[in-house]
Design a protein around this ligand. Structure first.
Ligand code: NAI
Length: 408
């Protein structure tokens, strides 16, 4: 082969264009794309010869255009995967399983598989679908996307509106995986200078810090008392936050922190201090953009990054809106978000009244049954990424077996 680092991006959306494009500008990286959704591969490949543009909006107001060109765009895993060193999965969590299944036969030993972002339960799903091969690979979970980004024209132009300053990533390393290059540094090189990648202590800590905790409590707080009458405009999601919604979010976050503390007590030597309350997280990550830091509600309402963002709504007739409970704020952030967190809390023996209340309402809207009372024994647990679905029935199961939980 070329001697280059071979990086595969899975997906064809906003983030996938950014990653594939940024990797491709490095002369010693071969950047490939696997996108299996609809006709994306055909459409992107048809334009590949002319490459595409990443338009970067810098903090100082300047704009930079980066011309870039991945070497391959295909929907065929047999062509895309062999010889790959790093696989970045850059699609919403509900599409992860499809990629794991399709790629499994072709993934080489010692491959690094990155969830960008991973979302809760990424590693459980990966280990489950890769089987024995996972022991010879390493999984990396990023807590979010590095960029606020959007496609301007598919296969031709993507816009980066902002970079996060830092971004957490955890590692779960197969005990039979042998890598010569350091993973965090290599991942940083692929992404470029920003954001600064921060090594989070372990994959359970990053799961309990996943930002999927934010949307479901706000949806519940906003819509559980709704009278069913259509609204004449879409309500603001963050700027419209009220005390009840902030209390629900804070309560869910408290339960994740309590779970981390319980785990730390029960698993000797494990450091879970990366799991912090969502209010502290906002103060750390959005420090420059928040004008009122007095409490969680005001911090979210006055966070510039959230200006103008509205609730997901469906227009049922001109100018009449109803909430869209099928949007990813619920459809993704419950089964691949707060349900796996509840599963971890259950294994840690932590009671979670806030999570239970939010999940109970959300599952009704999603027409699913995950929770029965306060236990994850519902018939639709199979549609989630809770650890219980994969046979983890004791807390120790999360930290023993064929994987190094705190590799350096
Ligand atoms: P996106 O919405 O652009 O992803 C769409 C892509 O996902 C499609 O182009 C397709 O390749 C794939 N896809 C969609 N439906 C599919 C299906 N049914 N089967 C298979 N593949 C399907 O996602 P984006 O914006 O790149 O974000 C990726 C993840 O990062 C998401 O989980 C999102 O919540 C998160 N995120 C995105 C941010 C952004 O600024 N775009 C910011 C922070 C987080």
């Amino acid at each position: 082969m070329s001697g280059k680092l071979v990086v595969l991006t899975c997906g064809g959306g906003n983030g996938a264009h950014c990653l594939a494009g940024l990797a491709a500008v490095r002369p010693d990286i071969e950047s490939r794309v696997l996108t299996m959704y609809a006709d994306e591969a055909e459409r992107w490949a048809a334009n590949l010869d002319s490459g595409f543009i990443i338009t970067v909006h810098n903090d100082d107001g300047t704009i930079k255009s980066i011309k870039t060109k991945p070497s391959l765009v295909t929907k065929d895993p047999k062509k895309a995967v062999p010889g790959v060193d790093y696989i970045f999965i850059v699609v919403p969590a509900f599409a992860h399983a499809m990629y794991f299944e399709a790629m499994a036969p072709y993934i080489d030993d010692n491959t690094v598989i990155v969830g960008l972002p991973g979302q809760a339960g990424f590693e459980f799903e990966c280990v489950n679908l890769l089987g024995d091969k996972a022991k010879r690979c390493t999984m990396v979970t990023f807590e979010s996307l590095p960029w606020a980004c959007r496609l301007i024209e598919f296969g031709k132009n993507v816009e980066i509106l902002g970079f996060k300053d830092t971004l957490g990533a955890s590692l779960l390393k197969g005990k039979e995986c042998n890598l010569t290059k350091p993973i965090i540094e290599t991942t940083q090189y692929i992404l470029g200078e920003k954001p600064k990648v921060r090594h989070v202590q372990n994959y359970i800590a990053i799961t309990l810090m996943a930002k999927s905790i934010v949307h479901p409590p706000i949806m519940y707080g906003k819509w559980s008392q709704w009278d069913g009458k259509p609204l004449s405009e879409k309500p603001l999601f963050y700027q419209g936050l009220d005390e009840r919604q902030a209390e629900l979010l804070s309560g869910v976050s408290d339960e994740c922190v309590a779970t981390a503390k319980a785990i730390e007590k029960k698993v000797p030597g494990l450091d879970m201090s990366d799991v912090i309350h969502v209010f502290d997280w906002y103060l750390n990550y959005y420090s420059d953009q928040i004008t009122d830091k007095s409490n969680l509600m005001m911090a979210m309402k006055t966070n510039k990054a959230y200006d103008g963002l509205v609730h997901p709504m469906k227009e049922i007739e001109t100018g009449k809106y109803v909430p869209d409970f099928t949007y990813r704020y619920m459809a993704e952030d419950v089964p691949e978000g707060i349900v796996p967190m509840k599963g971890i809390a259950e294994l840690a023996g932590v009671s979670t009244p806030y999570l239970d209340e939010v999940i109970t309402w959300c599952q009704g809207k999603l027409n699913k049954e995950f929770l029965v009372g306060n236990k994850l024994t519902g018939k639709d647990l199979k549609d989630t990424r809770a650890p219980q679905k994969y046979g983890y029935n004791k807390l120790e199961d999360l930290f023993t077996g064929s994987f190094e939980v705190t590799p350096q």
